[in-house]
Design a protein around this ligand. Structure first.
Ligand SMILES: [Zn+2]
Length: 321
């Protein structure tokens, strides 16, 4: 964790804990009176099973609570897996052995109210808050691809509270098959794994995401080709969103999304190619919170409570429960 990203303006003077549970790591931030007093990142070990990893998470939560000097009022959890109302993991493609396991259990000893939210959705709320934008689309590109839609200063929830799954917008019907079974979802085309595979095929050499990022920094032709491919496919998805929800701003984050510095500019250029007369396009930029948008969103959830995910006004200052 670094101090180079904006702190989350929680507006609440109490003990809170924010946790971002991803496919490869977990980030924890404990806050007292709006100030971060403890920040840790836990990488899931390569060995062990869900039970031992759950114990590890529980120990990390206990450390954060100890650093706070007392039980947090509330814990906001940004979760990569789909979690049901009781906190059980319904699906987690990257860590299938967690399915059916309680994600709430590692927090049980904290004595706090624990709230779960989709990691990309919470990232979108944090980005909207940080940029002061009432109409924002956030795209998180990492192990998976997720999104958050803020419209009129409120999270766009949909009928079942899970709207904004931008990773499953179809951008290439003839493209690679997505984990969901459909062909050409954005996630199947521009996830970290998909981008590394595209770069590898272009280059004729197995390529990691780190090599792709380095190749983009050196403006290697093969890396430029993959970058432009990603930008064009992302612009296809945004074209639909521009017509549907008219965002004023688009932020691109997530692990690899934040690492590919030229990506937002390239997406903006591709999007501009299809502008319609008299229809303004959104500003496309990097996530203000860099790769930490989901953690910032978890902090916001801890501060604001469940009404945040129910569509409460993001810019209304009062803490809600
Ligand atoms: Zn899909």
């Amino acid at each position: 964790m670094t101090g180079t990203y904006p702190s989350t303006d929680t507006g609440v003077a109490s003990r809170l804990l924010a946790v971002d549970i991803g496919g490869t790591k977990v980030a924890l931030r404990a806050m007292a009176a709006g100030v971060a007093v403890h920040e840790r990142t836990l990488r899931w070990p390569a060995d062990g099973d869900a039970a031992s990893h759950s114990d590890l998470l529980e120990a990390s939560v206990a450390d954060a609570v100890a650093a706070l000097g007392g039980a947090p009022v509330r814990i906001g959890v940004a979760a990569a897996p789909n979690v049901d109302a009781d906190g059980y993991v319904v699906s987690w493609p990257n860590r299938p052995d967690w399915v059916g396991r309680s994600l709430r259990a590692p927090f049980a000893g904290s004595g706090a109210e624990v709230l779960f939210g989709d990691d990309a959705t919470l990232a979108g709320l944090a980005e909207a808050r940080a940029t002061g934008s009432r109409d924002l689309v956030h795209l998180g590109i990492g192990t998976g691809v997720g999104g958050g839609l803020v419209s009129g200063g409120r999270l766009l929830t949909g009928a079942w509270g899970t709207a904004g799954e931008l990773g499953h917008l179809v951008v290439d019907p003839q493209g690679p098959r997505c984990r969901c079974g459909t062909r050409g979802c954005l996630q199947a085309v521009v996830s970290a794994e998909a981008l590394a595979a595209h770069a590898g095929a272009t280059r004729g050499l197995p390529t990691t995401t780190a090599e792709l990022v380095a190749g983009v920094e050196r403006t290697e032709p093969w890396a430029e080709h993959t970058l432009d491919h990603a930008a064009e496919r992302i612009a296809r998805a945004l074209r639909v969103l521009v017509e549907l929800v008219q965002p004023a701003r688009v932020t691109i984050g997530g692990g690899i999304g934040a690492a590919l510095a030229p990506l937002p500019g390239r997406v903006a250029r591709r999007l501009a190619e299809t502008a319609r007369p008299g229809r303004p396009l959104p500003e496309v930029g990097p996530a203000v919170h860099g790769p930490h948008s989901s953690l910032a969103g978890a902090a916001l959830l801890a501060a604001r409570g469940p009404s945040l995910l129910g569509g409460a006004d993001l810019f209304h200052e009062r803490s809600a429960t």
